[in-house]
Design a protein around this ligand. Structure first.
Ligand SMILES: Cc1cc2nc3c(=O)[nH]c(=O)nc-3n(C[C@H](O)[C@H](O)[C@H](O)COP(=O)(O)O)c2cc1C
Length: 395
């Protein structure tokens, strides 16, 4: 069976990642109906599927409501071949030397497939459970000291720091990373302190799926802050996807996803985000819909329904493959090179994205020669990629 990577449609292909739902999954947001637990067998099903379908990597979230991200990444690395693992470091939860050992072990187990996502956390009550009591901006000052040590030892040096937050003496990493000089550092955070930190320390800045005009502004701000430090940062976006063969079917699927969601559940979730989160990024997401379900399209095909109950990434691109590809090309034209997608449930929606959207984007893998049978005529290769005439010119 031959495995062939499809050629891009003309512009640079996007890096397209998927999401591992370590806090649970299901087809109806905000309800327990058909709930799927995030047990290892299910998460492995998703990871092996997206590895085979040609996704470039997966984001594994971190937090008290998630199965542990480092253990999950390690387990899934042994079940997959090509997939990269974007795993979060929350600097307050352990020392830089400990995190460096953890990360280099995962880099070795996965043979160089680790990517690091730096997230300081945005829910003080949750952070207190981990013994982190720093106010918002101090968490970034802490992260700055953390990465001073982490960078030095990741690259083979010895670190000693008597900082305000971090103390280390003769820290060293004896089992080096496979990737040199170290795995790429991704980052998520929207506050001024976050952008300053990202500009100075990280390789790729990630934004949740805000409308293109807001993303353009953010990119310009991060680029300018990085340039002021003599650095360059690349950009990625985190979005849900509801792709169907036609726009109408996709809009109906979006409606269905929140069809069992009660107004009380929405109100309770929004109140929790207001009261328990000090994350600027979270507040920007919530402001898009204001907790109202009657005006959820906040930009063409950008639907804020997920954010009615889900913290963090709250918007989905909704439409046919051609429509969504055109919307993604708009983000790409702003400077986005990486998309981290998801959809409910994550297994089935990964197939929808790979089968419907990837061919239009010039991504994905063919599953091999078509064998004569119920789903193949044996006359040649099966489903050919659909192309949008003039797509590259529209970028
Ligand atoms: C793509 C992306 C992924 C994120 N993943 C996590 C995560 O796994 N755990 C977490 O606590 N915060 C995550 N965050 C949120 C923030 O990084 C961080 O915790 C905090 O909310 C940032 O606050 P700020 O926007 O005020 O700087 C993520 C953000 C983005 C953009």
């Amino acid at each position: 069976m031959s495995v062939e990577t499809l050629k891009p449609t003309g512009s640079d292909p996007l890096n397209f990642f998927w999401f591992i739902p370590t806090s649970g999954d299901g087809p109806y947001l905000g309800t327990d109906d058909f709930y799927r637990a995030p047990d290892h067998a299910y998460l492995r099903e998703i990871a092996t599927a997206v590895d085979r379908l040609g996704f470039g990597g997966v984001l594994i979230p971190t937090g008290a409501n998630c199965e542990d991200s480092w253990i999950t990444a390690t387990a899934l690395a042994t079940a997959t071949e090509r997939l990269k693992f974007l795993v979060a470091i929350r600097p307050g939860t352990a020392t830089p030397a400990f995190y460096a050992r953890l990360a280099s072990a995962v880099d070795r187990v996965s043979n160089g497939r680790l990517l690091i996502n730096i997230v300081v956390g945005g829910a003080p009550k949750e952070l207190a459970g981990d013994g982190i009591f720093l106010p918002h901006d101090a968490r970034y000052d802490h992260a700055e000291e953390f990465f001073e040590v982490f960078e030095t030892i990741a690259k083979g040096g010895t670190a000693t720091l008597d900082g305000k937050y971090i103390k280390a003496e003769g820290a060293k990493l004896n089992f080096p990373f496979v990737q040199k000089p170290r795995p790429p550092l991704y980052f998520g955070g929207s506050s001024d302190a976050a952008i300053e930190f990202s500009a100075g320390r990280t390789d790729k800045y990630l934004t949740w799926g805000e409308p293109p005009a807001q993303v353009a502004e953010k990119i310009a701000t991060v680029r300018a802050a990085a340039a002021a430090k003599g650095r360059e940062v690349t950009f990625g976006i985190r979005l849900h996807f509801i792709v169907r063969e036609t726009d109408e079917e996709a809009f109906a699927a979006a409606d269905k996803l929140i069809s069992r969601l009660s107004d009380e559940t929405i109100a309770a979730a929004q109140e929790k985000f207001r009261n328990e989160s000090d994350s600027v990024g979270q507040h920007r997401m919530a402001a898009l819909h204001g907790g109202r379900r009657d005006n959820l399209y906040v930009a063409p095909n950008l639907w804020a329904g997920v954010g009615l109950v889900r913290g963090g990434a709250g918007t989905a691109l909704v439409g046919s493959p051609e429509t969504i590809a055109a919307r993604l090309r708009e983000y790409q034209a702003l400077g986005i090179d990486t998309v981290i997608g998801s959809g409910y449930p994550h297994l089935e929606e990964a197939y929808k994205v790979a089968e419907l959207l990837f061919p239009v984007l010039g991504l994905g893998r063919r599953s091999g020669e078509v064998i004569s049978g119920d789903f193949g005529t044996g006359a040649g290769l099966g489903a050919r990629p659909r192309r949008i005439a003039g797509l590259a010119a529209a970028v």
